[in-house]
Every structure is written in C-alpha cells, then in structure tokens.
Design a protein around this ligand. Structure first.
Ligand code: HEM
Length: 229
C-alpha cells in the first residue's frame, strides 16, 4: 500500500464523517428556522404581540429577521453541494451559476446578521460583539473567496469558502450550547424559570458556537491540503 493510498483513504473517511456532522447541523438550523416561522407568522399576519420578548423582536422586525434567515438557510442547505469536489468536477457550469446565487444570499444574510446583532441582542453586549466579530469574518471570507476565484486561484478560493461555511454552520452549534445551558439551569441548578439566566449565557453560546467552528475550519484545512483544487 502506498503512502498516497493511505492518505486518500484517511481523507475520504474524514470527508464522510464531516458530511454526517454537517447534515446534522443543517437539520438543526432548519428545525429552528421552521420553529421561528411557526412562532412569528401568526402574530405578523394578525398584527398581535407575542408573549415572549425574543419573539416580540422577530415580530416587530420581520423584514430584517427574514431577510437574514431565508437567504441564510438557502446558503447553508446548498453550500455543502458546492464544497463537494465530486459535484464541482462533474457539474462545473452549475457550480459557477449556483455559486453566484449562494454568495449573494450569504452576503445579504451576513450583512443583516450584523444588524441583528444590534437590534436583536437578546444576550446583551457579549452577543453584539460576537456577532460583529464573526459576522465581519464571515463576510471577509466570502469576499476573499470571490476575489481568489476571479483571479483563477482555485485552492485559495476553496479555503476561503470552507472558512465561510465553517462560521455560518456555527449558528447550529450556538443552539446546542443554548440547550446545554438551559438544561443545566433547569435540571442541575433547579431554577424554575431559566429565562433570565439563559439570557445572560446567550452571548457565551455565540462565542463558543462560532469560535469552535472557526477553529475546526482551520483544523480541517490543515488536515486536507489534498482536497485543494
Ligand atoms: C449563513 C447561515 C445562517 C443561517 C442559516 C442563520 C439562521 C438563523 C436563524 C434560523 C435564526 C433564528 C434563530 C432562532 O429563532 O432560534 C437566526 C438568528 C440570528 N442570527 Fe443567523 N444564520 C446564519 C448566519 C449567521 C451569522 C454568520 C451570524 C453572525 C455571526 C448570525 C447572527 C444571528 C443573530 C445575531 C440572530 C438573532 C439572535 C438569535 O435569535 O439567535 N447568523 N439566524
């Protein structure tokens, strides 16, 4: 067995494992997006105010919220296809066309994410700062990916797109952290109403969720240089 065969098999196993993790993260985002629509839209259409201060913000600013969520979900669901080398090589023309649409979706979602970080900062200043830092990083990765491919630098394009997806998919991991913090407060600490304490851990969940994704993205790029191109 040659060293190249072993490296190729290691990479395929890693790609399969990561694909499974990405699928779970995308499903988590879809669940939260559907839950969001089910909570907000009856109030948006009826002009009523929900009895929940986070939902109240979504109902008060539906254009801002859904201008972020709808293109973001489209980007997150279809970006894994764009990152697949098999798809890129077999359907290059489609990769290019879809790529233009998804970059536009991600840029719109990213710009509005930064606005959400101010208007919807349910978790306070830590959430606003995390949104600013990681939102700017998300937008920078997309812009650098586009500039790289315009100049014909394919490996660099792939690397910036992987970084953008890593941080975008971190939105699902935030929900996992929020679930863990809520569980600790209700189950372990025995607090009956976890709303106030959960609120204060929301910003931490943003830093943990998005920060770990940036790091895992870098780890992935170091482990898979053979996927460049
Ligand atoms: C690109 C893929 C993205 C998708 C699919 C997405 C999706 C969503 C969804 C579904 C919500 C509603 C959450 C809920 O009700 O539980 C939301 C809210 C929010 N998102 Fe995004 N998002 C994306 C990227 C980002 C990025 C990169 C940031 C900032 C770094 C961000 C910041 C926010 C903020 C601040 C909120 C409002 C606070 C909250 O309810 O969590 N999002 N997003």
């Amino acid at each position: 067995m040659s060293e190249g065969d072993a490296t190729g098999r290691d990479t395929s196993a890693r790609v399969r494992a990561l694909t499974a993790v990405m699928a779970v993260l995308v499903v988590i985002v879809l669940v939260f997006a559907v839950r969001r629509v089910a909570t907000d839209w009856p109030h948006v259409t009826a002009g009523t105010v929900p009895d929940d201060d986070l939902a109240e913000l979504y109902v008060a600013h539906p254009w801002l919220a859904y201008g972020h969520i709808v293109p973001g979900v489209l980007y997150l669901v279809l970006a894994p296809l764009q990152l697949s080398r098999r798809f890129r090589t077999r359907h290059y023309a489609l990769h290019r066309r879809l790529g233009r649409v998804l970059v536009a979706c991600a840029l719109l979602s990213g710009v509005l994410a930064v606005a959400l970080g101010f208007v919807f900062a349910w978790g306070g200043t830590p959430e606003t700062v995390a949104t600013l830092v990681f939102g700017a990083w998300f937008l920078l990765c997309l812009v650098r990916a586009v500039r790289a491919i315009r100049a014909g630098r394919v490996p660099e394009h792939r690397r910036w797109m992987v970084r953008a997806f890593a941080v975008g998919s971190g939105i699902a991991t935030i929900r996992i952290w929020v679930g863990i913090f809520t569980g600790i407060q209700l189950g372990v600490l025995g607090l009956e109403d976890a709303t106030y304490p959960v609120r204060s851990t929301f910003g931490l969940a943003f830093w943990l969720g998005l920060g770990t994704h940036v790091l895992v993205g870098e780890w992935w790029l170091r482990r898979t240089p053979d996927l460049d191109g």
